[in-house]
Design a binder for this molecule. Structure first.
Ligand SMILES: NC(=O)C1=CN([C@@H]2O[C@H](COP(=O)(O)OP(=O)(O)OC[C@H]3O[C@@H](n4cnc5c(N)ncnc54)[C@H](OP(=O)(O)O)[C@@H]3O)[C@@H](O)[C@H]2O)C=CC1
Ligand SMILES: N[C@@H](CC=O)C(=O)O
Ligand code: NA
Length: 436
């Protein structure tokens, strides 16, 4: 199987290193030939040696090369990655990609083209790097009715939140450190604003719930507003704060309906996670994905969500699957349904206003008699039942009050908060976070 690699950066170099050193791996790895490699600059120093004419800046010539069987897209960005993937498919080449941004935005176009051409587009590396989660969702867990996929699927934000927790430090300083150490990118917005996690949960939800997802319907909130104070209060209440990506079936299974017509919650936001929850102890740059299904119960995948070696491991695992499939003689136009993605419709996604959740709120208020009573009455009027309400400290001249609610719809909770903001005794609503 001859492979054309688009990109020789972090993931591309790791992929090349595995393919050029097949000893002590699955024997099929030795049958995958790294035929051509496309880059932007021929003169950049590389950590892996690619012989003379195999390296090129003409990526178009790779995706149209009749001797290439599979194109691996690890160049990143939206264009020309999207066009090159489509051209590879048009030239009957299978595609392996690590590019969650392209798949989350153009998956519909790409998989439609792939299915019509009888071509596979594989993406294990696109979500949670080295953790096998795409293939298990397609195959080993495929018999289950999935209830929920809940993940810590962005390593940069998990690193920042873990350090904020350990060192009681503030977001900006630790982000600057994460950039210095090379964890966060120069432009860290996709990570810290929750957009990278939104791309990834859209991909996971599509596989778990068997329908396409419109990225614009994934609610996403990042971690910029999480403060050291909230982390400390959460800890006192028995929680840690994590950026969770959640895809959850709303309501019970309706056995009479097509499962794909069921309603889904799709959301990314910082969340108070009880310390006893399995995701609470996933720290630093690690990722984890908890999948709940019927009848399997809870299954959790944990490991490195990024980095050269782990991500390359996922890329080559897709190549291995393709090599095995081609070897078994599956012909194009009759793709293996356990490897292909052939959804025909879009999933229905619930508006955030309808989502039922617990909430944590930190308020700054007058330190005067009756304030807590007024808060309770306002919440009660909007059917928000409170689990706890404590005056936890003093912030300058204001009392700092932390409230944790029972489950309530987002709409009711936000209406109550809007009313509270108008009270003379409430100085500000300092933070609002959801609780798992
Ligand atoms: N890094 C990670 O840990 C992970 C990355 N991913 C995904 O993998 C993909 C690659 O990431 P990563 O390896 O970190 O990226 P890098 O920036 O390290 O590498 C990108 C490579 O693509 C080449 N390239 C980019 N644009 C062009 C272009 N227009 N023409 C020709 N060559 C081009 C670059 O060439 P040159 O070297 O000449 O500049 C470089 O070799 C991304 O989609 C990313 O989201 C997924 C999971 C984890
Ligand atoms: N930027 C991502 C890396 C790859 O997906 C992260 O921080 O998790
Ligand atoms: Na993966």
């Amino acid at each position: 199987m001859r492979v054309g690699l688009l990109g020789l950066g972090t993931v591309g170099s790791g992929t090349a290193k595995i393919l050029l050193d097949p000893a002590h791996r699955h024997p099929l790895v030795g049958q995958i030939e790294l035929a051509r490699v496309g880059v932007r600059s021929l003169y950049k120093p590389r950590s892996v040696a690619i012989e003379g004419d195999r390296l090129t800046t003409d990526l178009e010539s790779i995706v149209s090369d009749p001797t290439i069987d599979v194109v691996v897209e690890v160049m990143g960005g939206l264009e020309p990655a999207r066009s090159l993937i489509l051209k590879a498919i048009a030239h009957s080449k299978h595609v392996v990609t690590a590019n969650k941004a392209v798949i989350a935005r153009y998956g519909d176009e790409i998989f439609t083209a792939a299915n019509e051409a009888g071509i596979y587009v594989m993406l294990e590396a696109a979500v949670a790097g080295g953790i096998p989660v795409i293939q298990p969702l397609k195959q080993a867990l495929g018999v289950n009715r999935i209830r929920a996929v809940t993940g810590i699927i962005n390593g940069t934000t998990n690193y920042i939140l873990t350090r904020m927790q350990r060192e009681k430090g503030d977001f900006e300083a630790i982000l600057a450190d994460a950039q210095r150490l090379g964890y966060a990118e120069a432009d860290p917005s996709a990570d810290v604003d929750g957009l990278d996690a939104a791309d990834k949960i859209a991909i996971l939800a599509s596989l778990a719930f068997g329908g396409r997802i419109k990225l614009s319907e994934v609610y996403s909130e990042g971690i910029r507003q999480v403060t050291a104070a909230d982390i400390a209060y959460a800890e006192r209440l028995g929680f840690v704060i994590k950026l969770l990506a959640i895809a959850r079936r709303d309501g019970e299974f309706d056995e009479t309906s097509d499962q794909a017509l069921d309603q889904l919650q799709l959301r990314v936001h910082p969340t108070l996670v009880p310390v006893s929850h399995p995701l609470a102890s996933v720290n630093d740059v690690y990722n984890a994905i908890l999948i709940e299904g019927d009848p399997v119960g809870q299954v959790m995948f944990f490991g490195p969500g990024a980095g050269e070696g782990p991500t390359a491991s996922a890329v080559v695992s897709d190549l291995l699957n393709l090599a095995a499939n081609l070897r078994a003689g599956t012909t194009p136009k009759a793709t293996n349904p356990l490897l292909a993605c052939s959804h025909q419709h879009y999933c229905k996604v619930s508006p955030m206003a309808d989502i039922v959740s617990r909430f944590y709120v930190r308020l700054l208020a007058e330190d005067a008699p009756g304030v807590i009573g007024k808060l309770g009455t306002c919440f009660g009027r909007h059917r928000v039942s409170l689990e706890s309400i404590v005056q936890i400290g003093q912030h300058e001249t204001r009392a700092e009050i932390v409230i944790v609610s029972h489950e309530v719809t987002e709409a009711n909770f936000q209406t109550a908060l809007d009313e509270l903001r108008d009270y003379a005794e409430i100085h500000s609503v300092a933070s609002v976070l959801r609780v798992l």
